[in-house]
Ligand binder design. Sequence first.
Ligand code: GLN
Length: 228
Amino acid sequence: MSFYARFIKKGTAAPWRRPFRIRRTRWERDESMRVGVLALQGDVSEHARMLTELGSQTVLVKRRPQLEGLQGLVIPGGESTTIGKLMREYNLLLPIRAMAQAGMPVFGTCAGLIVLAKEIEGASEAHLGLMDIGVNRNSFGRQRESFETDLEIFEIGTDLFPAVFIRAPHVTWVGDGVRVLAHYQDRVVAVRENNLLGLSFHPELTGDARLHQYFLSMVKESVKVFEG
Ligand code: GLN
């Protein structure tokens, strides 16, 4: 059973249960990119599948040796407290922070966005604390735990992006170097700061691969910079 199956009420045709199909694009497959998905908890397999379909060499990262040679890392949705706790327990927090500070692109979705943030509302401590943003962990909670909506994200084109929100956080403030990529109503739900990309929602649960492609293009760019 997929991690998110428990959020889906019996008998409802939840939009993210639609058969998984990646839109045809002119993206060139590039097997040489080695991208990790932090695989401690949460929505790992959907991200891995999407990255692999787009042609990257995908590594499930559970322990330190799997960080070796990575050119990018995805931190999936799930439960940020659990992911943060396991990152500390398995000594992954410091090496991942160092790799990101050295320029490796990191893509955090939902809980992953919370893990990236410098400030988590109501919490005394951040996790990676890399991105100059504050987050509210369950800003769409209670009355609307899960929903899908179409977002304008001009960075990836003019077609609307189908975004699935599940107990989603939103960004409460952004620092000077942070670019806001999308809003939902008046809330910031997608941000980029240099090599860091963060979303409140789940791009891996729909068939639209444009945000994963966008991330892979960040990886490609950073590899070029590193290799000269
Ligand atoms: N609100 C959750 C948290 O605090 C994140 C939910 C999600 O990743 N779908 O970690």
